[in-house]
Design a protein around this ligand. Structure first.
Ligand SMILES: Cc1ncc(C[n+]2csc(CCOP(=O)(O)OP(=O)(O)O)c2C)c(N)n1
Length: 302
């Protein structure tokens, strides 16, 4: 969680220099769901995420240097500088791709989970979506198929209450994700307390359910995005939410609370190690090389 927070804080600081070549959707404040779920997954499981994907990539132990280089558009990046922040992926960590198109992760995840079942692999697919994605028909259609075929699929709804600037109350008459899932024979649970331990234990139970062949599971995790929807800044002045609304989320910040549970000397040692890794990653990205224009259309399929 600390790595994610500090990398993104660094991105926010340097963003105005134009070193980062794509829009950034920061996960500051909502690092915990990715970390909790990934801690409970196995190495051979697959994860599919969204454009807000730095947290997932790092929680899945993706290479930090390759992620920062990717943000810089450099050929040392995990997508050789072509994917950018919104399309992070690395097959070696079981993360085929992320997408900027809301809800597309779900039909993709269905395909991956279907293949896992067909090949009788003891692996599952974890698909991360936002609450806004649930507004899209693709999510309902995918849940229907997953429930019908009893696919090994874990759907994680990171419920940060907003789709860009629209609160759930203006979008859904009955925003009960677990209830919706039940209509498709998809089991479900919600973690609403922003507590890392609750997220860990519920993720483990959900993953056990899916891995044991009982079918798909929807795990809703309440969380809060601290920064603007896209970009490095704050957006309290826009009026769609207030700093007062956010204050319980600041106070119950899982990173802060988790840090307080670690002995001071160990915590300092961890912090300095993480900061060193981050400084090195940004230095390397700075010195990296831009892809040769001749590579422009390599690995581009659409
Ligand atoms: C199919 C599609 N429709 C609309 C958009 C524009 N859009 C980008 S992000 C977003 C909100 C998504 O909210 P949510 O799923 O809750 O994720 P969050 O941004 O909160 O992580 C929208 C509507 C898009 N990228 N793709």
């Amino acid at each position: 969680m600390l790595t994610i927070r500090l990398v993104e804080e660094k991105v926010a600081v340097i963003y105005h220099t134009d070193a980062v070549k794509s829009p950034v959707h920061l996960s500051i404040g909502q690092e915990a769901p990715s970390v909790a779920v990934c801690a409970a997954l196995e190495k051979n499981d697959m994860v599919i995420g969204t454009y807000r994907g730095h947290a997932l990539y790092l929680a899945r132990e993706g290479d930090l240097d390759a992620m920062v280089a990717e943000l810089y558009g450099k050929s040392e990046g995990c997508g050789r500088g072509k994917a950018g922040s919104m399309h992070l992926g690395d097959k070696s960590i079981g993360m085929p791709h992320t997408s900027a198109i809301v809800a597309t992760g779900m039909p993709n995840a269905i395909g991956v989970a279907f293949a896992q079942k067909f090949k009788k692999e003891n692996a599952i697919t974890a698909c991360f979506i936002g609450d806004g994605a649930v507004d899209e028909g693709a999510v309902s259609e995918s849940m229907n198929f997953a429930g019908l075929k009893k696919l090994p699929l874990l759907i994680i709804v990171e419920n940060n209450q907003f789709a860009i600037h629209s609160p759930i109350s203006t979008r859904m008459p009955r925003p009960n994700f677990v209830e919706r899932a039940a209509a498709f024979n998809v089991a479900g649970a919600s973690v609403m307390d922003n507590d890392l331990d609750s997220m860990l234990s519920t993720s483990q139970a959900a993953i056990d359910h899916v891995r044991s062949g009982q079918g798909p599971f929807l795990l809703e995790i309440a969380t809060y995005r601290w920064k603007e929807h896209v970009g490095p800044g704050d957006d309290w002045a826009l009026g769609y939410r207030t700093k007062e609304d956010a204050s319980p989320w600041f106070e119950n910040d899982p990173l802060k609370l988790c840090g307080e549970r670690i002995a001071a000397d160990r915590r300092l040692a961890l912090e300095s190690k993480v900061k060193e890794q981050i400084t090195r990653a940004f230095d390397r990205a700075e010195k990296g090389t831009f892809p040769d224009p001749a590579e422009m259309w390599d690995n581009v399929y659409a």
